[in-house]
Design a binder for this molecule. Structure first.
Ligand code: BES
Ligand code: MN
Ligand code: ZN
Length: 499
């Protein structure tokens, strides 16, 4: 989708397929919108008077201009009460505009940004608009019949009545578009069936991202990671015909080569059948999205590079397919992790923490400033918090707070759970240092406490199991892969002090 900007506009003179303006619930019709209404002979005033249109979020009026404006149509979009305006209401409004354009097959629109943006600075408003527009236009149609989706609009023009210097606004569009596109690429990866997106394909894709952005990439194949002592990653992957591997990426602006990096780690299970502790058939097809953490890591590095963020960032992705078979790892197996700690496997379906254990222990070698891991780790995550947020657990309260602040800014909300030492009792094994599954009680936390045994640096674990896949569409996103975590991490990394 193409997005451009115009400032110092006269709305009546704007030629477009559809002019778009926002209207707050309970507001009085005034200013430029009132002028448009007058030009059209008062359809908005009348709809308000009849009670057909109140300006509630989700309501809209699509009016034909009948030659009375230079544009063919006017779309008035409800914004909810003015005093409840939030950045998220703006994002949602852009998402809803996009779905209306799609529903009515309108290929282009000119959006009067000032009528929607509340108190936002214009640069931030166009960034949010561009990001949301890209996210809303996304569909995974690679395998769909041609008539499944109506085409998304091809072009959006962001209009300002006031004059603004274009430089800032163009930067904002660049930023929003880069992030939106990185998220959409992650959504493509996540949506791919696991027969296509094997660990090796994921590695190939990562190499491609690195090449495109001038980043370093290294991949250890099955033989190498066994030689290096990544025994838990090897164990989880050994039952599949598609061998596991370990992917490392590094984005580093030249002058930061000696800085301690930020390390992001993503769970890359390309399919989670549960292994020998096999999952029920119902819903198992969803387990192709068990690599959403890995997709978030790739998207984050790619966006950081594209935006030239002044930080050194390392991405680590342990990736495997968790399958039952004659060569699979089994309940009762004891594995010595990369860290040297032994783990008794009491459930092969608790595979995510096993592959992360090796990656987190390995991360120590980077002497990281801090580490964040993202993983679709536990089904219990959905029970605890549902699709509205991700769970954070860690050993550094300040870092959790920073991540939460990024969550509030980006709309990718994060909420903390405790990692009290006593939870480690749930993971006691009779024969090894730890077992890998702690049972039903506090299941998301026991996943976190397991991971904590493998870190000795500031660290936060994000359980994204409840947010990775949307079962119901939101105002901005269709159902399916969400590409969660990228906006959050790019915001976090962009807000860090430069050392
Ligand atoms: N990938 C799953 C978690 C998951 C479930 C993500 C549903 C998204 C939706 C993970 O590997 C898993 O199977 N976890 C187990 C852990 C248990 C055996 C301790 C779970 O949550 O049931
Ligand atoms: Mn599992
Ligand atoms: Zn899993």
């Amino acid at each position: 989708m193409h997005i451009d900007i115009k400032t110092g506009c006269r709305l009546r003179e704007e030629t477009s397929d559809c002019l778009v303006a926002g209207f707050h619930e309970g507001a009085v019709l005034s200013g430029a919108l009132k002028e448009l209404d007058e030009a059209l002979e008062h359809p908005i005033r009348e709809a308000i008077a009849l009670g057909d249109f109140k300006g509630q979020a989700g309501q809209f009026l699509l009016l034909t201009a009948r030659g009375r404006l230079k544009s063919k149509r006017l779309l008035v979009i409800g914004l909810g009460p003015r005093k409840e305006w939030k950045l998220q209401s703006f994002r949602n409004a852009i998402g809803r505009v996009e779905s209306k354009l799609e529903a009515y097959s309108i290929p282009q629109a000119s959006i009067w940004v000032e009528s929607l943006m509340g108190p936002l600075a214009p640069g931030d408003a166009v960034a949010a608009a561009a990001e949301s527009a890209h996210l809303a236009a996304y569909r995974f149609d690679k395998y769909s019949p041609d008539d499944r989706f109506k085409p998304a609009p091809k072009k959006l023009t962001l209009l300002f009545v006031k004059k603004h210097p274009l430089e800032r606004l163009k930067d904002g569009i660049g930023r929003g578009s880069a992030i939106g596109q990185a998220v959409n690429e992650a959504r493509n990866l996540i949506s791919e069936p696991s027969s296509y997106l094997t660990p090796e394909r994921l590695a190939q894709y990562a190499r491609g991202v690195a090449r495109a952005q001038g980043m370093k990439a290294e991949v250890w194949d099955f033989a190498t990671l066994r030689r290096k002592g990544f025994r838990t990653l090897a164990a989880v992957g050994q039952g599949s015909k598609n061998p596991p591997c370990f992917i490392m990426l590094e984005y580093c602006p030249a002058r930061l080569k000696r800085e301690a990096p930020i390390v992001v780690v993503g769970k890359g299970i390309t399919f989670d059948s549960g292994g020998i502790s096999i999952k029920p058939a119902e819903g198992m097809e969803k387990m192709k999205y068990d690599m959403s953490g890995a997709a978030a890591v790739l998207g984050t590095l790619s966006a950081c590079a594209q935006l030239s963020v002044p930080q050194r960032v390392v991405g680590l992705i342990p990736t495997a397919e968790n399958m039952p078979g004659g060569a699979s790892y089994k309940p009762g197996d004891v594995i010595k992790t990369f860290s040297g700690k032994t783990v008794e496997v009491n459930n092969t379906d608790a595979e995510g923490r096993l592959i992360l254990a090796d990656a987190l222990a390995y991360a120590k070698g980077y002497k990281p400033r801090f580490v964040v891991d993202l993983a679709t780790l536990t089904g219990a995550c959905s029970i605890v918090i549902g699709p509205l947020g991700m769970l954070a657990m860690g050993n550094d309260e300040g870092l959790v707070k920073k991540i939460q602040a990024s969550g509030e800014r980006t709309g990718e909300r994060v909420w903390p759970l405790p990692l009290w030492d006593e939870y480690l009792d749930f993971m006691k094994s009779d024969i090894a240092a730890l077992k890998n599954a702690g049972g039903r009680e506090a299941a998301s936390i026991t996943g976190g406490i397991f991971l904590k045994q493998f870190v000795d640096y500031p660290w936060v674990h994000l359980d994204i199991a409840s947010t990775a896949w949307l079962e119901k569409p939101t105002a901005v996103m269709k159902k399916g892969a969400r590409g969660v975590g990228i906006r959050l991490l790019v915001d976090l990394i962009s807000h860090l002090e430069v050392r």
